[in-house]
Design a protein around this ligand. Structure first.
Ligand code: PLP
Length: 368
């Protein structure tokens, strides 16, 4: 029996997770169609919080035993009032201190179900760390490729989980090419949070949780950071699934936020100013050429998503402001909050922003 539920691509073609294939012939990442959810509010309340609470929406045939073997208590992050109608969702309270745990838990559990013997991934830091942790939990050796300039604390963390960390000279794309070459050479499983659509099947639980935490209702606005778009695309998919299941009758207003210095989505959808590729303190979203760029642009157009950019000064100020309220986040994680504060008066009431990664990740204190 397959360890997976029946999955379909957008367009209806069946899609089966595979230990080797990671890129479709067309060259763009696979995009999974919404899945029928099969849970009702009453089913959820008695279950422990976290990603696996929503197992009817997850891709596994037997998710409960998968969770017991591969889970680390991911998801179930609290909401905290940040004032002025803005609520933070504390993704930094994840086992590896970023939201990437949601996707990594599901993707590595799939790798374990496929019986793979070695995992390769590439990352600007947090995804690799999360993959390393869940690979450790599943007992699968992992190799993580990162750009040489990645914050050292993220590498310490990935190494602590037993992963082999390879720092690649050059930018984020160079680390990606090195990982692809290693996959090609060794036949290892490519646990790419960008390419493998199962990662988004984990991050979509971000939407289910907000819905449940808001009393089974959607908030006015959901503001998200966008680099490769794994939280953005996953969360949008989650809200679309809730609507398709008749569990909500509307979507929240979505806001996608990029760093002004590296804003390819902003530029693709007609934003002016900013740059497509450049250095920024928001290292977690410094992605010049995201493979899912076209997909994100079509989501922006179809759902009328507002796209914003935030410069490094605003990010630094937002990071400091959050720290002074007791919440120390890495610079990347201050980006959506910075945007939400700036455009607050133009957004509907009740605006949820993720605090997507912990401040100690970058080991750089906000300026005094
Ligand atoms: C990865 C990451 C992001 C951005 O996620 P994308 O999938 O690249 O859009 C934001 N914040 C933190 C802390 C991250 O680790």
């Amino acid at each position: 029996m397959s360890p997976f539920k029946e999955l379909r691509l957008v367009g209806g073609e069946p899609w089966v997770p595979d230990p080797v294939a990671w890129r479709p012939a067309g060259g763009r990442p696979w995009r999974l169609a919404p899945v029928p959810l099969g849970f009702r509010p009453g089913d959820l309340v008695g279950r422990p919080p976290g990603v696996w609470r929503y197992h009817e929406g997850l891709p596994f045939a037997d998710p409960v035993s998968v969770a017991a073997r591969c889970g680390l208590g991911e998801g179930g992050t609290p909401l905290v009032d940040l004032g002025d109608g803005v609520t933070g969702k504390l993704e930094l309270a994840s086992p590896t201190l970023s939201f990437k745990d949601r996707g990594a838990a599901v993707l590595v559990a799939a790798a374990a179900a496929l019986g793979v013997e070695r995992i390769v991934c590439d990352s600007s830091g947090n995804a690799g760390t999360a993959i390393a942790a869940y690979a450790a939990r599943a007992g699968i050796p992992a190799v993580v490729f990162v750009p040489a300039a990645t914050s050292p604390a993220k590498l310490v963390q990935a190494r602590a989980h037993g992963a082999e960390v390879r720092a690649v000279p050059g930018d984020r794309a160079a680390a990606g090419r090195a990982a692809e070459a290693e996959v090609e050479r060794t036949g290892a499983f490519y646990a790419s949070h960008v390419w493998n659509p199962l990662f988004l099947e984990g991050t979509k639980t971000y939407a289910y949780e907000i819905w449940q935490q808001r009393g089974f209702a959607v908030p006015g606005a959901v503001v998200m950071p966008v680099g490769n778009g794994t939280l953005f695309l996953g969360a949008v998919k989650g809200f679309l699934e809730l609507r398709a299941a008749g569990l909500v009758d509307r979507l929240p207003s979505f806001v996608a936020v990029q760093a002004a210095a590296c804003a390819p989505l902003w530029q693709t959808v007609g934003g002016t100013g900013g740059a497509a590729a450049g250095p920024t303190i928001a290292e977690g979203i410094a992605i010049a050429a995201p493979p899912r760029l076209d997909e994100m642009a079509s989501v922006v157009r179809e759902l009328d998503v507002r796209v914003e950019v935030v410069d490094d000064d605003e990010t630094e100020r937002a990071q400091r402001d959050l720290a002074r309220r007791g919440l120390f986040v890495e610079p990347t994680a201050a980006v959506p909050y910075a945007a939400a504060r700036r455009i607050r008066s133009e957004l509907p009431d009740d605006c949820v922003v993720p605090l997507s990664g912990a401040g100690l990740k970058t080991a750089v204190a906000p300026p005094p």
